[in-house]
Design a protein around this ligand. Structure first.
Ligand code: BDR
Ligand code: CA
Length: 313
């Protein structure tokens, strides 16, 4: 019998978050306890609605809790240029089949982690606001979190500013709280996620599949076009699904334990993850940093998940 890993996905859908939801729902290895939403790619009302619409598309009923509407300290920055005005432009999705829980995402995280019989793995794929607030409000949950496998940051790359990746840039103070929490962390950053690319041909291949795959083909066309226009990336970088895949099958990543700091005050580098790649600081590693990936294995998982939800529909 497969022992399912208990996970919570904290996300800001977002095209790649949407596919992360599909992967988390489809994987037999995971017991998805809930989805919490946060402001990031769009405002939190939109990211929550998008999470619910993706669940309606794939016919899943997972608890959804709506979270922080802005970062801890700074103003919210969203990414309509990448994800559109709805946060999930490019395809018509069904209306939500149910509403979000009454509980705030932070309360949901705390209660779910405290009441879980086994430690929980958190998979944040948006700004870390909810996770940081939960750790501040209920520090006792830290020892019940097995690991945080987050999409964010980078050792060598950036996308929101010349120095910073979007999720960390949106709420660097929250990221600092999470990175200094002492909880085991895997950082799935742009060094690997920019290589987790679905090619235009693979996206067109989805258009020949069932209804879920056809919807994702439309979504990913929009997302790939935006990535090409803004960053010169030829295809759809599946940032967030790679974090989920790493929990399903850790062999999709090669990681190294390294010392990482989140830059808060740099004049030009706020939100950067400063990774001690050459171990010159003398500081003990605090993060397992993803530096390489098994692209074939990752894509097999993504295609398998999409086919699976299509077959169920
Ligand atoms: C991250 O930023 C968002 O736009 C994506 O959803 C992903 O989580 C990539 O930098
Ligand atoms: Ca995201």
């Amino acid at each position: 019998m497969v022992v399912k890993k208990k996970v919570i996905l904290d996300c800001d859908p977002g095209h790649d978050d949407a596919l992360a939801i599909v992967l988390a729902c489809a994987a037999e290895e995971l017991d998805l306890l809930g989805i919490t939403t946060v402001a990031g790619n769009q405002t939190v009302d939109k990211t929550t609605r998008n999470a619910l619409r993706v669940l309606a598309l794939i016919g899943e009923e997972v608890p959804v809790a709506c979270g922080a509407e802005r970062p801890l300290i700074c103003e919210l920055v969203t990414a309509p240029e990448v994800h559109g005005e709805t946060g999930l432009d490019g395809a018509e999705l069904p209306e939500p089949a149910f509403g979000p829980r009454e509980k705030h995402a932070v309360e949901f995280l705390i209660c779910t982690i405290r009441s879980s019989p086994e430690p929980v793995t958190l998979i944040p794929t948006g700004p870390l606001t909810n996770v940081a607030l939960a750790l501040r409000l209920a520090p006792d949950i830290a020892e019940r979190i097995e690991r945080i496998v987050l999409m964010g940051g980078a050792a060598r790359e950036a996308n929101a500013t010349p120095a910073a990746e979007f999720n960390i840039y949106v709420d660097p103070e929250a990221a600092r709280i999470v990175f200094t929490s002492g909880i085991p962390i895997t950082m799935v950053g742009l060094d690997v996620t920019n290589r987790a690319l679905l090619t235009p041909e693979e996206i067109e291949g989805l258009a020949r599949g069932g209804p879920v795959r056809r919807t994702f083909a439309r979504l990913l066309r929009f997302y790939a076009t935006a990535n090409e226009r803004l960053l010169g990336i030829g295809g759809a970088p599946l940032h967030d699904p790679l974090a989920v895949a790493a929990v399903i099958d850790p062999a999709v990543l090669v990681t190294e334990p390294l010392y990482v700091e989140v830059e808060l005050c740099g004049e030009h580098t706020r939100g950067a993850t400063v990774v001690d790649l050459y171990r010159v600081s003398g500081r003990s590693p605090n993060v397992d940093v993803a530096l390489d990936l098994d692209l074939r294995r990752f894509k097999e998982l993504v295609f398998w998940a999409l086919e699976r939800v299509d077959r169920r529909g």
